[in-house]
Every structure is written in structure tokens, then in C-alpha cells.
Design a protein around this ligand. Structure first.
Ligand code: UDX
Length: 439
């Protein structure tokens, strides 16, 4: 199949590359000339495990192309995937200006039977609006479909190649069949291809993310309560998870969710609900609990140092919103850095991938190429991201380096009893703090 993908951001690039890898002829389009020039010479604008190799291989074998010329790519395409950004607008709703701009740009070049597919997360009703716009611009009924993505950053290639399900929103069986053919190579493990209306498909994406975000805010609220009541959230998690109606997934407490999807999508769904005159009480609570959770580590640090952080040297491990990515959008670490600096502390940070991005957005942060060296002279260590590299540090070496033996673990990486035995004062999430320091 000949496919054009408009927008070479995270979603567009992964989608285009994976479709090329299953034998399609794919052209990825972007208005950013620098990005396209880079991609043509093998420079991948984001860090995503496995993506670079896949882009290079498919480009080399002639199935994956990059261009800034929308007209020529759309003219020959049987399917045009829209994967442009839909960022959060000022009122919390999704900003669709890029979506409207590309719809206008592609309309004059659309083949008679071509299918325009939205991959970006778009408010319910957007497909219908695109259909209306294309009808106005071309004078005919064009095929429009919704095909939401459920990719996790850091595991995007795997998620695309082995999806739990594929959801499409279509108005006719012919379009559904074509999309099913396109996805057949990825559904060989009998995972379902679910065809529904565009509105239901658009809604599915928001509901999935809102429910996942709800699970995180729920467990975070319970973790905070556990601390106050003297319980251990890890034990509680085990205690509830064996109930098959509850399960274990996505119930890890932490310093709040970040990233490009959960915060934005929960707010966009809130805005949609309000727009229709309903009161989004659950959604508002999910967002509020999450914003508060991002400040939990700072509150612990402040309390520990009796409210005085001036002159303290605080190390942070983990800046990305989660491991295996350099993405710092809505990352809890950014909130912690700001709060620590405002309180007069010096911040020294380490992250395997995200230091450059944080350097571009902050001032006064010291960066360390080595996680261990970041601890030299530090009064405390805060952990914001559960990178594998932080799971088993050399605690004896760290002990020698640190000025104060205090760890604030926002990801519950270590066993409190062991940390106590190693001589640390150890705070984590949803578990009672322990203090193994000698008086
Ligand atoms: C998410 C969805 O998982 C994906 O389906 C959708 O397409 C885009 O949004 P992503 O943002 O890449 O993907 O990250 P994910 O791995 O889902 O984690 C999101 C955030 O939740 C991270 O900040 C993570 O640390 C946090 N999280 C996740 C928790 O705090 N606890 C958990 O149990 C799980």
C-alpha cells in the first residue's frame, strides 16, 4: 500500500516506520525542513529504543521516504495518516490548528478513493469535522477514519508491532476492510481488530488514558494514606492485586504521572465534558491529585530539614517523566527542581538521556555525567525516575561520597529494612520512613 504520514513527531515517525517495515511504501511528511533533512541523513529527532535501526533499514531498502512536499506525497497515496501535534490549548482543550492546516493542505491533492486517517489524539467529533471540511474543499464525500494510537514511549516499536488491539472508527465496511488489511501483519497473534464509529474510536483513546491516569492517582492517594496509617503500599498492592477484578498493572505509586498524553488527555476530556454541560468531578480529581503528588518529594525534603534548605546540596536521579525516554514534558522532576531552587538549595542532577532537555529549560542546575558522582558532597538524594541504572547502586561507595545519608525515593526502588541496615535515612512513597543513621 502507498501511505503518506503527515507529521514526523513521535507518533508519525513510529507509525510510518512500522508500516514501511511490513512492506508498505511510506512517505513521511513534515513542514520542518531541518527535521526532514536530518531524517534523510539518518538523524532521528527523538530517543526511542529500536527506532533508529528500523528507520535506517527501511530507508535503505527504499520503502521509507522523507519530504516536506505534501502535494507530491498525497497525490499518489492510498492512505494519508494525520499524525500532527494536538497540544493543550489555553483552556485545557486540544489545540487543533495543525490538524485543520494539514487537512486544507492535502485536500486539493487527494485521490478519489484515498482514506484520510487520524492517528493524533483528537476530541470527539474531529473526524466528522474533517469529513465536512474535505467535502467543502473537494466537493465530494471523502473517506475519513479514526485510528487512535496506544503507544507507550520507550516501548513504542514493540507496542506497534504487537498491539493488544487495533481500534478503528469508520463509516463504511470498505474502509474498515482496507485498514484491517494494513494491520493484518501486526495482528497475527489473534489480537482483535475493533471496528466502530469514529466517535467511539475517538472516545476510546481518551477513556483508556483517563482510566490509566485514574489508577495512578488512586494508588498515589492510597499510598499517602498508608504512610499516615503506618501501612506499606507495596504489601497493600499485593493484597489487592490478586483479586482478578483488580490486577497489578498500573498501580505503582510514585511522584505522579507526566508525559505528553495523560496530563493533556485528562484535561482535554475534562474540557469536553464541561463543554457539554456535565461536571467532570472524577477527571478534575485525577488531575488535582496528580499535581499535588508531584510536590510530595519536596514536602518530605522540607520536613526532613526542618523547613530550611538554604545552602543544601540536593542530588536528583532521574529527570525524564519515565525511563527509556528523554522526554521531560510534564515531568515531576521539573517541579521538584523548581521547588528546591526556590527554597535555596543547589540541585545536581543525573539522567541517562534527558539532561540536555532539562538544561535547555532550567537555570542553575548542575549536571553530572555519572549518577554516583552526582552524590559527591550531597546532603540528600531524590529519585524521580525508575531507570534500571538506579536499581542496584553501590551503597557503600555512595555512603562515602554523600555528606548526609538521606534518600527520598519517589519510585520505591529499595527495601526500607535494607536501607536502614546500610545506615541511611530512607523516605519512600506509601511506606513508613526509616532511619539507620548512627546518632
Ligand atoms: C501513555 C499510555 O500508556 C499510552 O497507551 C498512550 O498512548 C500514551 O500515554 P506514556 O505516556 O508513554 O503512555 O507512558 P506510560 O508508560 O503509560 O506512563 C505514564 C506515566 O505514568 C509515567 O510518568 C509513569 O511514571 C507513570 N506511572 C505509570 C506511574 O506512576 N505508576 C504506574 O503504575 C504506571
Amino acid at each position: 500500500m502507498k501511505i503518506a504520514v503527515i507529521g514526523t513527531g513521535y507518533v508519525g515517525l513510529v507509525t510510518g516506520t512500522c508500516f514501511a517495515n511490513s512492506g508498505n511504501d511510506v512517505t513521511c511528511i513534515d513542514i520542518d525542513e531541518k527535521k526532514i533533512a536530518g531524517l534523510k541523513s539518518g538523524v532521528i529527532p527523538i530517543y526511542e529504543p529500536g527506532l533508529k535501526e528500523l528507520v535506517l533499514r527501511n530507508a535503505e531498502e527504499g520503502r521509507l521516504h522523507f519530504t516536506t512536499d505534501t502535494a507530491s506525497a498525497v497525490k499518489t497515496a492510498e492512505m494519508i495518516y494525520l499524525a500532527v501535534g494536538t497540544p493543550q490549548g489555553d483552556d485545557g482543550s486540544a489545540d487543533l490548528s495543525a490538524m485543520w492546516a494539514v487537512t486544507k493542505a492535502l485536500a486539493p491533492h487527494l485521490q478519489e478513493d484515498a482514506i484520510v486517517v487520524t492517528k493524533s489524539t483528537v476530541p470527539v467529533g474531529t473526524n466528522a469535522k474533517i469529513f465536512g471540511m474535505l467535502k467543502e474543499l473537494t466537493g465530494r464525500d471523502c473517506h475519513v477514519a479514526s485510528n487512535p494510537e496506544f503507544l507507550k514511549e520507550g516501548a513504542a516499536i514493540d507496542d506497534f508491532m504487537k498491539p493488544d488491539r487495533v481500534v478503528v472508527g469508520v463509516r463504511c465496511a470498505e474502509v474498515s476492510d482496507k485498514l484491517q488489511q494494513l494491520y493484518a501483519p501486526f495482528l497475527r497473534t489473534e489480537k482483535p481488530f475493533l471496528s466502530m464509529s469514529p466517535e467511539s474510536a475517538e472516545m476510546t483513546k481518551y477513556v483508556a488514558n483517563a482510566l490509566l491516569a485514574t489508577k495512578i492517582s488512586f494508588i498515589n492517594e492510597m499510598a499517602n494514606l498508608c504512610e499516615k496509617m503506618g501501612g506499606d503500599i507495596n504489601d497493600v498492592r499485593r493484597g489487592i492485586g490478586h483479586d482478578s477484578r483488580i490486577g497489578f498493572a498500573f498501580l505503582f505509586p510514585g511522584v505522579g504521572y507526566g508525559g505528553s498524553c495523560f496530563p493533556k488527555d485528562v484535561r482535554a476530556l475534562t474540557a469536553m465534558t464541561e463543554d457539554k454541560g456535565n461536571v467532570p468531578e472524577m477527571l478534575r480529581a485525577v488531575d488535582n491529585v496528580n499535581e499535588r503528588q508531584k510536590t510530595v518529594l519536596f514536602e518530605k525534603v522540607k520536613t526532613h530539614f526542618d523547613g530550611d534548605l538554604s545552602g543544601k546540596r540536593i542530588a536528583i536521579w532521574g529527570l525524564a517523566f519515565k525511563p527509556e525516554t528523554d522526554d521531560i514534558r510534564e515531568a515531576p522532576a521539573l517541579v521538584l527542581i523548581r521547588q528546591l531552587q526556590e527554597a535555596g538549595a543547589t540541585v545536581v542532577a543525573h539522567d541517562p538521556e534527558a539532561m540536555e532537555n532539562v538544561a535547555a529549560e532550567t537555570e542553575g542546575v548542575e549536571f553530572s555525567e555519572s549518577a554516583t558522582k552526582a552524590l559527591k558532597g550531597a546532603d540528600a538524594l531524590c529519585i524521580c525516575t525508575d531507570w534500571k541504572a538506579y536499581h542496584q547502586p553501590d551503597f557503600a561507595e555512595i555512603y562515602q561520597l554523600m555528606a548526609g545519608h538521606v534518600v527520598f525515593d519517589g519510585r520505591n526502588l529499595y527495601d526500607p529494612a535494607r536501607m536502614k541496615a546500610r545506615g541511611y535515612c530512607y523516605h519512600s512513597i506509601g511506606r513508613v520512613a526509616v532511619d539507620g543513621r548512627k546518632a
